[in-house]
Ligand binder design. Structure first.
Ligand SMILES: Cc1cc2nc3c(=O)[nH]c(=O)nc-3n(C[C@H](O)[C@H](O)[C@H](O)COP(=O)(O)OP(=O)(O)OC[C@H]3O[C@@H](n4cnc5c(N)ncnc54)[C@H](O)[C@@H]3O)c2cc1C
Length: 462
């Protein structure tokens, strides 16, 4: 990037909000999973005006701009593909308003999700979307990815809490979408279009979020099963009993072995699957939900279970789930992670397929995640060797093929970014992709904003 362009940007945002050295820029060339190109400049805007002015310069000089929260994404959404500016939102991190009467919060995109959750708790309110990364990911990143988490089963995903946005379009115009009321149907629903657009259609500079009352109490149940099928049947049966737990997390045998090696939690021998279930609500309803769930577990072949109403003990029951992602690296140094979703009734079919693939290819494939909504984090653990990468590529294609055959989807939460762009046409038709490419061109005629993401190369150039 030419010196005079850098100076123009520094003049807008202030020199103290720009990083120029090679070492500093390099830190913004990767996210939690993908390595990208090193940006020419890293910019920390403080306002939508800053964002707008930088985007206008980017259109004039034709360089890419990549929005970034905390870089915890796992599909390469926040990494540059060819230099340009990485625009980091960690300094736009104010909770601007918590409106207790109307149950809304207005925040800047750089607010850490957990910080908002803790803040609204002080008012007896609840912001449910809880990606496992909630202690460090930003609300802006959550909105751009439409993040979900264990709570999604009962409470929905980020999309369900976004009432309105302030955005800056790739050409620099500042625009508002949506409402700050519970209802609103005026014009096209641009808010929904922007949620999950992975920083390719707009830069999000303010978010109006819906809040709900904080449930009075919770109970946590950890249940062990010999067979995957028994765990899967319990998931469906609990919901058929008209109980919707806040959380229903699953772990397969490979994940359990992994946890027992890293942080033993005393899993009974011959356990083939476990479920971590959480119910919430008023005290009486929590007790009655627990009773019903326990009777389903007993009826459907649970081998052992633990129940607690105590939040500190609950943390112990959560330990296995919280430490699993890290523990997987004890198996092999590289993780290829997918987050497929299948209808609940098809969970055992998918799990058996993964076991078969793992045996056939000779690489560990673990699966854990949000059983209640059929969303599985499939972790293919490989060594840094060419034949392992080849096997992983074969595994990914087969897993996606099977997921789609079971009428599922290839991503429930993590988005497409760069890592899944080559697979998107396995799920979406050419017609759908072509409409999406037209939308991208309409908003971003110069392909300035986060280029190289979501679409396979031939789609945008064609
Ligand atoms: C250990 C671990 C566990 C995880 N668990 C979950 C989980 O349970 N559920 C889940 O959904 N995800 C999960 N993730 C993935 C990740 O944390 C989420 O995608 C999160 O929403 C990313 O937030 P971020 O602030 O780090 O965004 P980044 O990674 O910085 O960016 C993500 C995307 O958002 C865009 N973006 C960021 N800010 C803006 C903005 N202001 N305007 C426009 N676009 C923007 C970027 O361009 C990029 O495309 C996990 C990640 C890790 C490492």
């Amino acid at each position: 990037m030419e010196k005079h362009v850098i100076e123009k940007i520094e003049k807008i945002v202030g020199k103290e909000n720009v990083l120029k050295s090679y070492e500093e820029r390099k830190c913004y060339s990767f996210d939690a999973r993908a390595q990208g190109a090193i940006p020419d400049l890293v910019v920390f805007p403080l306002s939508s005006f800053h964002v707008s002015e930088v985007l206008r310069i980017a259109n004039e000089y034709k360089f890419p701009v990549v929005p970034r929260g905390q870089g915890s994404g796992v599909t390469g959404g926040a990494v540059p593909t060819s230099g340009g500016v990485v625009m980091v939102f960690t300094k736009m991190n104010r909770i601007k308003e918590i409106d207790k009467e109307n149950l809304i919060a207005i925040v800047e995109p750089g607010v850490i999700t957990y910080d908002l959750q803790e803040e609204v708790k002080k008012y007896g309110l609840f912001y449910p979307p809880d990606p496992a990364s909630h202690r460090y990911s930003t609300i802006g990143g959550n909105v751009a990815e439409c993040a979900g988490g264990p709570n999604s089963l009962k409470y929905g995903v980020t999309r369900d809490y976004v009432l309105g946005l302030e955005v800056v379009l790739p050409t620099g115009e500042i625009m508002r979408t949506g409402v700050r009321t519970m209802k609103g149907v005026v014009g096209y629903d641009l808010t929904r279009l922007f949620v999950g657009s992975e920083g390719t259609l707009c830069v999000i500079t303010e978010i109006t979020l819906k809040l709900i009352p904080l449930p009075e109490s919770k109970a946590t149940i950890l249940a062990f099963f010999r067979e995957v099928e028994d765990a899967a049947v319990c998931v469906s049966k609990i919901i058929a009993e008209r109980i919707v737990p806040a959380v229903m997390e699953f772990m397969d045998k490979a994940s359990i072995i992994c946890i027992e090696r890293a942080n033993p939690i005393g899993v009974p021998e011959n356990t083939g699957a476990l479920l971590l279930i959480e119910v919430d609500g008023d005290r009486a309803s929590v007790r009655s939900q627990v009773e019903k769930i326990v009777s389903v577990l007993k009826e459907k072949g649970v081998s052992e279970f633990r129940v607690t109403y105590d939040p500190i003990e609950a943390e112990n029951l959560w330990l296995a789930r919280r430490t699993l992602s890290q523990a997987t690296y004890n198996l092999n140094p590289i993780k290829i992670a997918e987050d497929v979703v299948v209808p609940r009734s098809k969970i055992p079919v998918l799990i058996r397929k993964l076991e078969e693939l793992s045996g056939r290819l000779g690489i560990p494939i673990l699966s854990f995640g949000h059983a209640g909504d059929g969303n599985f984090h499939v972790s293919i653990m490989i060594k840094d060797e060419p034949q392992d990468f080849k096997k992983a590529e074969e595994a990914v294609r087969e897993i996606f093929r099977e997921t789609l055959r079971l009428k599922g989807t290839i991503s429930g939460e993590h988005g497409i970014g760069i890592l899944k762009a080559d697979y998107i046409d396995m799920e979406l038709s050419q017609e759908a992709l072509s409409v999406m490419a037209k939308i991208k061109k309409l908003f971003d005629p110069n392909n300035i904003l986060n280029p190289g993401k979501i679409f396979p190369k031939h789609i945008l150039s064609g």
